[in-house]
Design a protein around this ligand. Structure first.
Ligand SMILES: Nc1nc2c(ncn2[C@@H]2O[C@H](COP(=O)(O)OP(=O)(O)OP(=O)(O)O)[C@@H](O)[C@H]2O)c(=O)[nH]1
Ligand SMILES: [Mg+2]
Length: 392
């Protein structure tokens, strides 16, 4: 292993929503937030994973589609990978859409050749009858490839083993998998050093009179082209696997129907939450508050002074009973419904559909999901004064 002060550092990078935090939690025993939409992790999270007797620092990075991305959380990931603070990287990729994931993988390999590819969501890929030739992929990329289904813990021991091997056999050879247009290739030769470092220099001073945006677009397009070539060689996707998704997307994401359907669906969820919760709320309120008198009588029988009884009964019990009866039923309805939409993969589509509108307010579509959760907490409810104070 590399001689460094402190434990070796392993970065966990990949596209958004591919299971990085799930892998991180499984390898470190942490409880990072996971969920089926993009952009949950917005800052680096640190944990310790074991490699035999050695402890490794694992860093869960925010998801990013490209090293040339410009959103703030994506910059966090890019800056960490470029900083040289990591000794190796676990690149997590979604096996159901490998081609798109390979763009980042290829870019990261230019700055961090010491890496392992964790081919996650293999269970979903199998369901869709997507076949991936992992040996061919390994040859193309020049790094170990480990198929995993992190949610069920499958493949994680092999992943740990591969990470340990990579750390022991420091591979620092240049990975020149992406072929850039001549203007960039020539400039890379002139700048010298590793391709990753040279690219970072050129990004600041683009060659051939290119603007920063043109340079970024050309670099990303070259990576996308190479990713497509590799996917053509290594991945077999049966046409039928995508047909149902495409048909659904044609309706759910269509220009005319997409937004109305989304509003209808979210309105339905809120309607069920707001009105469906009234009955259990009332039932809970009646029964819990009905216990007030027996509790007061019991406490008085214990010989407690009246002001202590009033404090415990009116101050603690009534507030607790009101909070539980008001908050518990809508939560018990809303969160399972939201989870259903999440598991069906609809939430990322909501974020995508609203992205344009949110960008006009200098925000991004992913924030709509946090807003849905916040809106749920704004549930109006007839309350007495104590209940209102507790609710606030
Ligand atoms: N079916 C299946 N689902 C998985 C697997 N691994 C992760 N998931 C699910 O994928 C979703 C995304 O997982 P996260 O770990 O939050 O993904 P992430 O890459 O950290 O996401 P960001 O932080 O937003 O970039 C969650 O709903 C996970 O339960 C897997 O192997 N199989
Ligand atoms: Mg995450």
């Amino acid at each position: 292993m590399r001689q460094r002060t402190g434990a070796p550092v392993v970065a966990l990078a990949g596209n958004p929503n591919v299971g990085k935090s799930t892998v991180f939690n499984a390898l470190t025993g942490s409880r990072q937030h996971t969920g089926n939409w993009s952009g949950k992790t917005v800052a680096n999270a640190y944990g310790v994973m074991r490699c035999g007797d050695t402890g490794l620092t694992l860093v869960d990075l925010p998801g990013t589609y490209s090293l040339r991305a410009r959103s703030s959380e994506e910059r966090v990931a890019r800056d960490f990978l470029a900083s040289g603070d990591a000794d190796a990287a676990i690149l997590v990729a979604d096996a159901t859409c490998l081609e798109r994931n390979l763009i980042l993988v290829l870019q990261v390999l230019e700055v961090m050749p010491n890496a392992v590819l964790c081919l996650n969501l293999m269970d979903e890929a199998r369901k869709k009858r997507i076949r991936i030739n992992t040996e061919a992929l390994q040859r193309e990329l020049g790094i170990p490839v480990v198929p995993c289904a992190a949610r069920r813990g499958r493949g994680l021991p092999q992943l740990t083993q591969a990470v340990c091997c990579v750390l022991e056999n420091d591979s620092s050879g240049p990975v020149a998998a992406i072929r850039y247009p001549d203007v960039i290739e020539n400039a890379l030769q002139r700048v010298g050093g590793t391709r990753g470092e040279a690219l970072a220099t050129l990004a600041l001073h683009p060659p051939g009179g290119l603007t920063g945006q043109q340079f970024d677009d050309m670099v990303t397009a070259a990576a996308a082209l190479r990713a497509e070539e590799i996917a053509l060689t290594c991945v077999q996707v049966p046409e039928a696997a995508c047909a149902r998704d495409r048909q659904l997307d044609r309706i759910l994401m269509s220009r005319r129907l997409g937004i109305p359907l989304m509003l209808l669906l979210l309105a339905l969820v809120f309607y069920i939450t707001l009105f469906g919760a009234n009955v259990p709320s009332e039932w809970l309120g009646t029964h819990l508050l009905g216990l007030t008198a027996p509790i007061a009588a019991g406490l008085s029988a214990l010989g407690l002074p009246p002001f202590v009884v009033s404090m415990l009964v009116d101050g603690v019990w009534r507030v607790l009973a009101t909070v539980v009866s008001v908050m518990l039923p809508p939560m018990a309805i809303f969160f399972p419904l939201f989870t259903l939409l999440e598991d069906a993969g609809y939430l990322p589509r909501v974020a995508f559909q609203l992205d344009h509108a949110f960008q006009r307010a200098h925000a991004c579509g992913k924030q709509s999901l946090s807003m849905c959760l916040w809106k749920k907490c704004m549930r109006p409810q007839p309350l007495d004064r104590r209940g209102a104070i507790a609710y606030i």
